[in-house]
Design a protein around this ligand. Structure first.
Ligand SMILES: [Fe+2]
Length: 291
């Protein structure tokens, strides 16, 4: 039996989160859950993820895993809130330790932040397998957008994080620290070797041209029609296109709060003696110098 996939769209950040359930046992995984965050007020919220949680309760699902495809730079993870509400173990690729080391330096984090991945319940090695009821989750390393990026293959469905977007939107940027366009190209070739009918679920869709947001395509469709990498596009042309395009992109709106929270497995900073939680705001570190 193939897994049941229920998508949840977070309109403010264009993110897709998923609940993937093994129909035989009702054991489920939550993939890339989002915490609401208002950048003007720095207020967090759970309105969006509460719908995902309500779905899991209504369907009587046992959440076994809360999976991150990578340390996101455009939205905050609600993994810890989902864990508190539904249980499950929070897992990410073992490459997170290198992402943690990089951003510890950029954010000037102190000795209290140990970049060893211990903030997560489970670090996933390349090609690991996790149980999901009578089904299983295969961990496919897909670095390039970040060096901890993974895809999760569950039955006939693959959750590809930020590798490719929908075919009309192409591929994810590769200019974050640790990103590498050539590596992304090779990761995509690995995804292209999956069976043509594999259902592909993306982590973002920004509704280009005003079309409705969509989350599902197939390996066959990506191989034939992805506007950046389809069969026949060679590595050097892709790298040239990707690098040129990345040079024109602004930093994501929420990179500063997102990365700080997400490298901590979604744990918000502990309150200080006065009860206030604070993130750091490093000046002149991210983005390009002002002209
Ligand atoms: Fe991302």
């Amino acid at each position: 039996m193939q897994p049941t996939v229920t998508p949840f769209h977070h309109a403010a950040t264009g993110t897709w989160s998923y609940v993937v359930a093994d129909p035989a046992t009702r054991v489920a995984a939550v993939i890339d859950p989002v915490l609401d965050y208002d950048w003007k007020s720095a207020r967090t919220g759970t309105q969006a993820v509460d719908q995902l949680i309500a779905h899991c309760r209504e369907q009587g699902l046992t959440v076994r895993w809360i999976l991150e495809t990578h340390a996101h730079a455009d939205h905050l993870s609600s993994a810890q809130y989902v864990k508190q509400q539904l249980g499950g173990e929070v897992a990410i690729g073992a490459g997170i330790t290198s992402v943690q080391r990089t951003f510890k330096k950029l954010f000037g984090l102190g000795p209290e932040f140990v970049p060893d991945g211990s903030q997560f319940d489970r670090l996933l090695e390349d090609d690991a397998t996790l149980p999901l009821g009578r089904s299983s989750i295969h961990v496919i390393p897909t670095p390039g957008h970040t060096n901890d990026s993974l895809s999760y293959l569950i039955g006939d469905a693959v959750f590809i994080g930020d590798t490719l977007f929908m075919p009309d939107s192409g591929s994810a940027r590769c200019d974050f620290p640790g990103g590498d366009a050539a590596q992304l190209y090779r990761s995509v070739q690995r995804l292209f070797s999956l069976p043509a009918g594999t259902r592909v679920f993306v982590c973002h869709d920004y509704s280009p041209g005003g079309r409705a947001a969509v989350c599902e395509t197939s390996i066959d469709e990506q191989r034939r029609a992805n506007t950046h990498i389809r069969v026949g596009v060679d590595e050097s042309s892709f790298v040239r296109m990707r690098t040129g395009r990345d040079a024109t992109l602004d930093v994501p709106n929420l990179i500063i709060p997102s990365v700080q929270v997400n490298i901590q497995a979604g744990h918000l900073p502990p309150p200080a003696a006065d009860g206030v939680r604070c993130l750091r705001l490093p000046l002149d570190v991210f983005g390009k110098p002002q002209q």
